[in-house]
Design a protein around this ligand. Sequence first.
Ligand code: SAM
Length: 265
Amino acid sequence: MKQEWLEGHHARKRFGQNFLHDRHWIDRIVRSIDPHPGEAIVEIGPGQAALTREIIALAGHETAVEIDRDLAAFLRTQFEESELTLIEADALKLDWNAVLPEKSLRIIGNLPYNISSPLLFKLAEAADRVVDQHFMLQKEVVDRMVAAPGSKTYGRLSVMLQYRYSMQKLFDVPPGAFVPAPKVTSSIVRMRPRPREELAPVDVETLGQIVTAAFGQRRKTLRNALSAWFTAEELAALDVRPEARAETLPVEAFVRLAQNVPERA
Ligand code: SAM
């Protein structure tokens, strides 16, 4: 019988390694992903295959991206080539448009927490052909992702991701589900890209710059935080109160600002 875990593997902090060991949580996560044969499932950071095994049992095949060479070598001993296509790479540097081109992807992962925000932004590159994404992340990050305007955690991550995805926090996972146990609670989030035809057309880079400026100094009014972009009158004309603060502004209002940056002489 194949060994279930890679004996003697010391979890590497630099790769954010906390391995899922608790059957109850593994089953619950896989049930919420609900994998089926024929789907193009891509797992980021399969590690010691806690989720991978269950996904392959249900879907028959998975593609996985793993940065750790020792774990990649271990994974090759665990599955047939017909079951697992392994891409040994840094998910942050990968050209996601070249991963199973033509296919509609279901991306999953118990993500390395130290790179979660840049990875989420990187994956947005492929959003046009993503069906859904299920990720385990630090609870505090998931709370920021799904936060509504007016809440303390509503910020740049909320606006930029909510523009592109509809998102749902599913449930929390306690530190004891992992070895080694992380210091923080984790949460599972489901992300579905909004269909292109529903997206308000906007230059995402401009949107990002405005959102960054607006939240850069949270205590400032928008009139002050966005003074390099808009006068108070221009904000008011776009139905944005100049005296309001960024955390009260809905995503649509940020989009309206990005669509109407005044051209200066
Ligand atoms: N999926 C496994 C589980 O649930 O037990 C492992 C999860 S562990 C939190 C994160 C995994 O991502 C590790 O296997 C780690 O080596 C891998 N990883 C870290 N940084 C990565 C990167 N930039 N690209 C791809 N994989 C990465």
